[in-house]
Design a protein around this ligand. Structure first.
Ligand code: ADP
Length: 503
């Protein structure tokens, strides 16, 4: 505006005094006016463009800010939601608004510190629990060692009493002694098994076994108890089942024995049936369903979930009526878990029970070349056996049991005496106690192996420590037998170690 007024004043002044058409000054003036006009137009245009650009920028910044604001609101919402989860179970709930960011940050800081403290407390609690669990394992292992040694004597003596001459009136007493000592041994074994499973120390074996004889032996073992309860006991084996499979026959047998004993225990005047059925076959083996069915008292649906817990029975009256520890099914479940199988149950109150599990077993190429003679002859072919034990009654029991099996026996009362005897005599086998005065079983074995590598040495021990086997093999022992042993188990081990029959 100011500029155009000045131009108008200048024009006025010149138009009056000068003939503008011939005046070069005037012409120059007009030219500069026209240039200035042009410039002014350009400036105006550029100002307009700039204003447009500023507007656009402003719009884009505003939309970005809006976006950021909404993101921030969402984040805060999420943060508050997380805080309310953190608050779950807390007596005092925190109450933050959208604008309390600083308090939220402080609160979170507090929470992080608290969680760290809790984590620390948990770690300490775990350490204490682990210590307690180790102490429990150690206690059980020590106690069982202390119980197993005298129990071995009781079982051995009961066995001898049964075989030797006794008064007719004592027969029943001896039978009761036999039954009671065997059930005490089973209970101790169950407690030890639970302990081993819980501490992850139970290892499965994998050997070739005859599935049909496993099933038939189960029937044989339960025949008399089934007869006592007037139960019919039978076995159904699918004809597709191969004769030999690989697996842990002792543990599979243990599970089936638990199931069959229960079936018989909870059935009167009925039937118990054990079955094995091939469900599937692959190139390497078969999936087999093992089942135990009874027509007994059955289990209500409600109790079916509880009976697999440790020390738990369907009803508390069961203990009074039938006895039992409530450990059998829990051990069976755990053992099958180790074999990647599961124990199932179909039952209803008053209508019997059916327990079953599916197990994949590899077919075995290795087969037993001959059968043990235990059931028939029990003859160890005149083997010369040295029994090394410091406790007289252990030697007496072993002598009495072994004498029936055609052996020539000698004895030593400590490791030192054993070493001397082996230096000057020929033996086919040594049965060596581990804990002895003067020289213990380990020391004696190490001495013997310096001059004799051939004679099999079998340890006799009340320990059930799983690492024992490796340790004993390392010092040169060939095998071990845990006390208390039953005569059949002892016979089979001796037969195998003397290579009278191979597995
Ligand atoms: P235990 O037999 O030593 O008591 P188990 O763990 O073997 O311990 O069994 C737990 C409980 O499950 C038994 O006490 C019983 O109540 C119930 N049970 C198991 N098997 C049967 C069965 N075949 N029929 C009825 N009840 C059974």
């Amino acid at each position: 505006m100011k500029l155009s007024k000045e131009i108008a004043a200048l024009a006025d002044q010149h138009l009056k005094s000068v003939d503008w058409r011939e005046n070069s000054e005037w012409m120059n003036f007009m030219e500069s006016v026209s240039v200035m006009c042009m410039q002014s137009k350009l400036e105006k245009m550029s100002m307009e463009t700039n204003a447009g650009l500023a507007q656009k920028e402003y719009m884009s910044i505003t939309s970005k800010l809006k976006e950021e604001k909404s993101l921030r609101e969402q984040s805060i919402e999420k943060l508050l939601a997380s805080i309310s989860i953190l608050d779950e179970g807390e007596e005092q709930k925190s109450n933050f608004g959208q604008d309390d960011l600083l308090q939220v940050a402080e609160y979170l800081n507090e929470q992080v510190n608290r969680r760290k403290e809790i984590e620390l407390e948990l770690k300490e609690a775990i350490q204490i629990a682990e210590k307690a669990s180790n102490a429990k394992s150690q206690f059980l292992s020590n106690m069982s060692h202390e119980i197993r040694s005298p129990l071995n004597v009781i079982i051995g003596m009961a066995h001898i009493l049964q075989k030797e001459d006794h008064l007719q009136g004592q027969k029943e007493n001896i039978e009761i002694l036999n039954i009671a000592s065997n059930s005490l041994m089973l209970l101790i074994n169950d407690i030890l098994d639970i302990n081993k499973i819980e501490s992850g120390k139970l290892e499965l074996e994998n050997t070739s076994f005859d599935l049909r004889s496993l099933m038939n032996n189960l029937i044989k073992a339960h025949k008399s108890s089934a007869a006592e309860k007037r139960n019919h006991i039978g076995v159904q084996i699918d004809e597709n089942i191969e004769p030999f499979y690989n697996g842990d026959v002792v543990r599979i047998g243990q599970v089936l024995t638990n199931l069959v004993s229960n079936a018989n225990k909870f059935t009167n005047n009925g039937a118990v049936e054990i079955s094995a059925k091939e469900l599937e076959r692959t190139d390497s083996g078969s999936l087999i369903r093992f089942g135990v069915k009874d027509t007994g008292i059955g289990i209500s649906e409600e109790n079916q979930n509880r009976i697999f817990d440790k020390f738990t029975q369907a009803e508390s009256s069961i203990t009074r009526k039938f006895g039992g520890s409530g450990l059998g099914l829990s051990i069976s479940k755990e053992l099958l878990g180790l074999m990647k199988s599961k124990l199932h149950i179909e039952s209803s109150l008053g209508a019997g029970s059916y327990f079953y599990f599916d197990l994949f077993l590899e077919c075995s190429v290795q087969q037993r070349v001959s059968q043990s003679q235990f059931e028939t002859a029990r003859d160890l072919g005149g083997a010369r056996i040295l029994v090394v034990d410091d406790l007289d009654y252990n030697v007496i029991i072993l002598n009495k049991i072994l004498n029936d099996w055609n052996v020539v026996l000698d004895s030593a009362s400590d490791g030192m005496e054993a070493v001397e005897k082996i230096q000057s005599n020929q033996y086919d086998m040594v049965l060596m106690d581990l804990q002895m005065p003067v020289m213990d079983g380990r020391g004696a074995t190490e001495e013997i192996r310096k001059f004799n590598q051939e004679t099999p040495i079998i340890a006799l021990t009340a320990s059930t420590d799983v690492s024992l086997k490796t340790e004993l093999l390392q010092i040169g022992m060939n095998d071990y037998i845990t006390k208390p042993f039953n005569p059949k188990e002892l016979y089979l081990k001796l037969e195998r170690s003397l290579c009278l029959f191979e597995v």
